[in-house]
Design a protein around this ligand. Structure first.
Ligand SMILES: Cc1ncc(COP(=O)(O)O)c(C=O)c1O
Length: 419
């Protein structure tokens, strides 16, 4: 086993295993130590007197969280529901749709599988269907995305699901243009921003989608299980969570039913949500100033996004050069995750390789982990045999880690050529 490349000095703020080269921030995020400490502090307060905490404190804390988050994603706090994850956000919107037989929900193969599953479930029950816009990959530019969605809209399209940043292909999609042009055709949009806050600027007020859901546990770096669903005010009446609590039939004076129902959906550990403000503040101030941003929160976040974007592109270039491949998308469609198309084998070998068992998605990913101690996803898109590797760039990563990945990929692809 060769010695592993070092992460950046900022990795000391995280608890990541130093015996792994962690290049997959994108899948589940990773949370800095001080934010985990903040979550423990909240757990302590809750467990000291659980009944009083839930009855007297919980709603007020959720309001404070909402205020901090609303400043970060540019919206009114009252329009934000705090939920455990983006999968729940999409499932909640799906469950609230009043679909008729023959209606269509427009998505693309780049959408996250869990979200596709939720939409297919509700569509199937209503006699409606899920239709697909064909976004090419590799892709030349955002116009191709807009054209793909517009070509697939019909008079029966009721809703479009669009990722702000796609999961398998790591593309920043032109959501502003899509929301606008879909609305001009009478189609509402649900934006799946699972990766977006903390990776790219998000301004929900300007975007004007019907719904926007996103994770905070990915690029804001709050604890797992912290996310939000923003619902445009005209869609909030009668819009309900998947789980109704005791509060559901108890309207509260001066508080919308939307917040009353979403803020409490049964006994759970809400401390990951409580810790969102700390993550926003710590990353923006401490990490941002370590990157030279001068200690002001929003400037700090701009510095983080810029730094991660640049590191991601440098990492991509190192890998593309080593493998002799071309980038799959223009730089402007990349945030801080980037997917590359791996060199292909002949069809017979590719089929044999695809049949190998994997704990993850592809046995190449297992090999990178077992033989090189690199955590990075290798996957593809349904309906295509092309194989992708997707890198993430977070402040704890360093360019040497991508150089190491490039060498490991070249070595493993060479081994595959002999199989
Ligand atoms: C685009 C997209 N949507 C939804 C999700 C689901 O996120 P979660 O598992 O936190 O619900 C992911 C996770 O990677 C994602 O990338």
């Amino acid at each position: 086993m060769p010695s592993l490349p070092r992460p950046s000095p900022l990795a000391s703020h995280w608890t990541l295993d130093p015996s792994r080269v962690f290049l997959n921030h994108g899948s589940f995020g990773a949370t800095p130590r001080v934010v985990l400490d903040e979550q423990s502090r909240w757990r302590g307060l809750l467990e000291a007197e659980p009944v009083a905490f839930f009855v007297e404190k919980h709603e007020g804390v959720m309001d404070e969280v909402r205020r901090a988050l609303a400043g970060f994603v540019q919206c009114d706090a009252k329009d934000l529901a705090l939920i455990p994850n983006a999968s729940t956000g999409v499932a909640t919107v799906a469950a609230n749709l009043a679909l008729q037989p023959g209606d269509e929900i427009l998505i693309s193969a780049h959408e996250y599988p869990a979200c596709q599953n939720s939409l297919r479930k509700v569509a199937g029950r209503a006699g409606a269907s899920v239709t697909y816009a064909t976004i090419p990959f590799p892709i030349a530019g955002p116009d191709e995305v807009v054209r793909a969605y517009m070509d697939a809209v019909t008079s029966r399209t009721r809703l479009a699901l669009v990722s702000h940043v796609t999961s398998p292909t790591g593309l920043v999609l032109p959501v502003e243009r899509l929301v606008r042009e879909l609305a001009a055709r009478g189609v509402e949009t649900l934006v799946d921003g699972a990766h977006a806050p903390g990776m790219v600027p998000v301004n929900l007020r300007d975007l004007g989608a019907a719904y926007y859901t996103a994770n905070c546990h990915k690029w804001i770096c709050s604890p797992k299980g912290s996310a939000f669903l923003w619902v445009r005010p005209d869609k909030q009446t009668g819009f309900r969570p998947l789980v109704l609590s005791n509060n559901a039939e108890k309207p509260k004076h001066g508080r919308s039913q939307f917040l009353t129902e979403f803020d409490y959906q049964g006994t759970s550990d809400y401390t990951s949500a409580y810790s969102i403000p700390k993550a926003i503040e710590f990353m923006g101030r401490e990490i941002g100033s370590a990157l030279g941003a001068g200690g002001v929160g929003h400037e700090g976040w701009r510095a983080i996004m810029r730094h991660n974007h640049e590191l991601c592109l440098r990492g991509r270039d190192v890998i593309c050069r080593k493998l002799g491949i071309e980038p799959a998308a223009p730089d402007a469609m990349i945030g801080s995750i980037c997917t590359m198309v791996l060199p292909s084998h002949d069809a017979g070998r590719q089929a044999r390789l695809a049949a190998r068992p994997s704990k993850y998605h592809d046995a190449l990913q297992d090999a990178l982990l077992e033989r090189h101690r690199i955590q990075v996803p290798v996957w593809g898109l349904a309906g295509s045999s092309a194989r992708f590797v997707r890198i993430s760039a977070q402040v704890y990563n360093d360019i040497g880690q991508y150089e190491y990945l490039a060498e490991a990929l070249a070595a493993e692809l060479e081994i595959e050529r002999g199989m």
